[in-house]
Write a protein that binds this ligand. Structure first.
Ligand SMILES: [Zn+2]
Length: 622
């Protein structure tokens, strides 16, 4: 059977694009990106959630079949576009990646995918079913600092390696997962790449065998990853038949040399009870991976990995090829020891907190309507159930939402809370109006322009809670809200301007100054001339809310970050005094107010100390 003509394939019309046109298109896309605040384009990327493992099952089930001649060999232009897509994803330019897919009519969908089991967000590049091209299935984690990349070039043929690789990807917290979209023997045509004699003599490699052909999107993704992650260590999982001459696991580096990384992995496999050997140029097991084109590329042969083998692997080792006998890849429990060995050999990378140093803080990007994107740092308990609660943490003026997350992590695991710490950037939500006042208005405090309610940061927080419910599968109907410093200012005003909120308990810790329950004092110190009218009824309802004012008894400094206008100083000389003043004014409105004033002994202007104290308050309400 002949390869189908270049422009028509499986009923889909691919645009024929020359390499130079891709370059122009890429330039065009990146120039469009310059004007945008978050670097994303108008093309929106679908959000979805589910199980990565199930996506791999689907990809494996639907792959282009053996002897079907169904794998479409991409043109140079298409490969270039494919690399551009991957580089864009890692540069945070999702819109550009999306646009390239659409412009070239690739039968692919790009999505932000939340893994249900742990709430972590990945980028998924998935071919639509039925497959038209067989270009592979990819999962990316651009936020990962992990050098590992997991590759499954021979799904189905090397049975179960695709599933073992996705388990390894998730457990190690790796940067990427690559799965071939076609059976290695889908097409009959031979690859033009060299096939050294050291490999299986009976084997020929077709153009659909991604480990031996460079004109494949799989190889293009590998190339792009080496560019965006120069320190990457690609681990390729393969399967072999039972062989007398081979151990259960046979490691090689794509060259006759041994590297620090492969030696470490060998040690970990052996320690874990897996019979393993490493290829050092002289071995009886013939599966030495010398013809593997990803190996050649990672080992430095970037010019022509199709034709040229490499003589050695640069240290500490960028490519690890593992051949495995059926006994160590027949099901989840049998393939776990190899994954454990990967975690052992690359300990800083593990996503398993029990076995390695704490993983990096996790985050996702939340976008409400036309508002600028907000990065949400988060933590989830080991298991989310019907009783899981939600705490929203509002950072101070430095907007270091990542650091604000930290003191809540252990506590949240213990008390079954999901923690959301949204980062309202200074650039998109400039203080004070943009953040401390919930972006209810823009401009200067005295002469401001009210913003429509969908633009309010207050609104964004409510919507973030709603979205998190579906993202993490939460049953909670309300949430707790904690803010420190500028975040504490946010919290008390939120309760006034957003009375329809879903907050159960609000905690405002060490705010710099207050909006008083006072119709005669001018905004922002009172509510006279407020951007949105506040009535006496609004104030009565406000002081009935369940709000805790917390003050550190050592928060007495008048630093430059403390507002020192006459109106602010009228509330007290420091944050400690101002909290008491506010509380007295609230009691002046309603003696039986639900508000509480709680002192935190010995703590200064310190978010961590206040967070720990807030946790005691929350525990008392559980
Ligand atoms: Zn293989």
């Amino acid at each position: 059977m002949k390869t189908p003509p270049d422009h028509v394939f499986g009923g889909i019309l691919f645009k024929i694009v020359m390499a130079k046109n891709i370059f122009i298109l890429a330039l065009l896309l990146s120039s469009v990106a310059v004007g945008r605040a978050d670097g994303s384009s108008a093309a929106s990327v679908r959000q979805r959630s589910g199980s990565l493992y199930e996506l791999v099952e689907k990809a494996s089930r639907n792959q282009i079949r053996r002897d079907s001649d169904g794998f479409r060999v991409p043109t140079d232009g298409q490969l270039k576009a494919w690399r551009f897509i991957v580089e864009s994803i890692f540069a945070g330019r999702m819109g550009d990646a999306q646009q390239m897919i659409r412009q070239l009519s690739f039968p692919y969908e790009l999505s932000r995918f939340t893994e249900r089991s742990d709430g972590h967000e990945y980028i998924v590049l998935e071919e639509t079913v039925p497959l038209q091209a067989g270009w592979g299935f990819y999962v990316f984690d651009p936020a990962s600092k992990n050098p590992l990349v997991l590759e499954a070039p021979h799904p189905v043929f090397d049975s179960n390696t695709e599933f073992q690789a996705i388990d390894a990807f998730v457990q190690t917290g790796a940067s990427a997962y690559l799965l071939a979209g076609a059976h290695r023997r889908a097409n009959k045509q031979d690859t033009p790449c060299n096939q050294p004699k050291s490999a299986e003599s009976s084997a020929t490699y077709p153009v659909s065998d991604v480990a031996h052909a460079v004109a494949t999107p799989f190889h293009a993704v590998h190339e792009a990853l080496v560019k965006v992650r120069p320190a990457m260590v690609a681990v390729q999982l393969h399967g072999m038949t039972d062989r007398q001459t081979c151990p259960s696991a046979f490691i090689s580096n794509g060259s006759p040399s041994v590297t620090t990384n492969s030696r470490k992995l060998l040690g970990c496999l052996t320690k874990g009870g897996v019979e393993a050997e490493i290829y050092d140029g002289d071995a009886t097991c013939p599966l030495t991976a010398l013809s593997n084109v990803q190996g050649r590329f990672s080992n430095g042969e970037t010019k022509d990995p199709c034709k040229n083998a490499v003589s050695s692997s640069p240290e500490p080792g960028a490519f690890i090829h593992i051949e495995q006998e059926p006994s160590i890849r027949k099901d989840r429990s049998s393939w776990q020891p190899v994954i454990d060995a990967l975690k052992c050999a690359f300990p800083g990378s593990s996503a398993d907190p029990a076995k390695a140093p704490a993983p990096g803080r996790r985050s996702y990007v939340f976008k409400a309507g036309d508002n600028p994107a907000v990065t949400v740092f988060y933590h989830t308990p080991a298991k989310i159930d019907n009783k899981t609660r939600v705490i929203v943490v509002m950072a101070g003026r430095q907007r270091n939402a990542d650091e604000y997350l930290d003191p809540w992590v252990d506590w949240a695991s213990k008390h079954n809370y999901v923690v959301l710490s949204p980062q309202f950037s200074q650039k998109d939500w400039p203080e004070p109006l943009g953040y401390n006042f919930g972006n209810i208005a823009t401009g200067r405090e005295a002469s401001n322009t009210p913003n429509p309610k969908p633009r309010w940061a207050f609104t964004v927080v409510e919507q973030m809670f709603e979205e998190a419910k579906s993202r993490f599968g939460l049953k909670a109907k309300e949430y707790d809200l904690f803010g420190h410093s500028a975040g504490g200012q946010f919290v008390h005003r939120f309760m006034l301007y957003m009375p329809e909120n879903k907050v159960r308990l609000a905690i405002a810790a060490n705010p710099g100054f207050y909006t008083l329950p006072d119709l005669n004092t001018v905004f922002p110190y009172g509510v006279k001339n407020s951007p949105f009218r506040i009535t006496e009824d609004d104030i009565r309802n406000w002081v009935k809310t369940d709000l805790v004012l917390m003050r550190g008894t050592a928060d007495l400094q008048r630093t430059e970050s403390l507002r020192q206008t006459p109106e602010a100083d009228a509330q007290g000389k420091n944050r400690f005094e101002r909290a008491a003043y506010m509380f007295e004014r609230v009691r002046g409105v309603d003696k039986k107010t639900k508000w509480r004033l709680i002192d935190v002994p010995g703590v200064a202007h310190d978010q961590k100390g206040m967070a720990l104290a807030a946790q005691r308050v929350l525990e008392a309400e559980l």
